[in-house]
Design a protein around this ligand. Structure first.
Ligand SMILES: O=C(O)[C@H](O)[C@@H](O)[C@H](O)[C@H](O)COP(=O)(O)O
Length: 251
């Protein structure tokens, strides 16, 4: 294991096992903090099974909804009710049934100007700083308890794409992305690496045969965005058998 070599890789059998494992990590983070809990969700298809699990009675009864706040690591400039809207997906699957509205913090792409994504990014940055209570992140006091992440086939994570100058941003907490190089090819807003790193745990979910090629590159240490994303605390990669590279036990 290279590059992001403080990560802890957990091989799981399939998507259901991945969702259950991710749910237990999330519950452990809510139990470890008796105050306000901050969870940063991710978009894409990988977290869907987890979100569906959190909506079930077995799990929703174990989450202290009144003190858990939900954020999103990146958002596309699509309408809030568009299936491609990352926070909209989480709200539809579980948040709208379970969480107080005031505890759901979407990135405001539904109302911001897609021609000027940095302006919408600045709004979310202010919301994060207001929640955190400061405009400088303190490594001893992470912003998030848990940050969920995925990996794109090109090695991107959140909306941080290979070669994007945003990867080297270390002052701003949130930046605009004028155009994504994966579907949907729309402007986006994304948290930057230092902001995503400000967490007790960063948890990647990577599943499916189509992710084996990029995981092979990542585990070989290639300098790709997903290898640059790591927590100031624990970094956990949940990988299913389909995605796990052959020399790591993949089938
Ligand atoms: O807005 C996004 O696109 C996501 O934040 C993105 O980083 C996602 O996590 C990966 O593209 C993996 O997507 P899948 O889970 O659909 O493979």
């Amino acid at each position: 294991m290279a590059a992001n070599d403080n990560r802890h890789v957990i091989a799981v059998t399939d998507g259901a096992a991945m969702a259950a494992t991710a749910a237990e990590h999330l519950l452990a983070r809510t139990a470890a903090n008796s105050g306000r809990v901050a969870i940063c969700l991710t978009g894409g298809s990988s977290p869907k099974l987890l979100y569906q699990l959190l909506a079930t009675e077995a799990y929703r009864s174990r989450i202290p909804w009144e003190r858990v706040h939900w954020f999103i690591g990146d958002e596309r400039f699509v309408p809030a009710d568009d299936p491609l809207n990352n926070m909209g997906m989480a709200q539809t699957i579980f948040l709208n049934q379970c969480a107080p509205t005031a505890n759901i913090h979407p990135i405001p792409t539904a109302t911001a100007d897609p021609a000027d994504p940095d302006r919408g990014a600045a709004l979310y940055e202010r919301e994060l700083q207001s929640f955190y209570g400061a405009d400088t992140l303190d490594q001893a006091r992470p912003l998030f308890d848990l940050v969920l992440m995925g990996v794109g086939p090109d090695g991107h994570t959140a909306s941080l794409f290979p070669g994007d100058p945003a990867l080297d941003e270390n002052a701003r907490w949130v930046v605009g992305v004028p155009r994504a190089n994966v579907v949907p090819f729309v402007p986006r807003i994304t948290l930057t690496l230092p902001t995503l790193a400000s967490c007790h745990e960063m948890l990647f979910e990577v599943s499916g045969r189509d992710k084996r090629a990029i995981l092979t590159r990542l585990f070989a240490g290639e300098n790709l965005p997903a290898n640059r994303a790591q927590s100031s605390g624990e970094t956990t990669w949940l990988v299913d058998r389909e995605a796990l590279p052959g020399d790591f036990g993949g089938q």
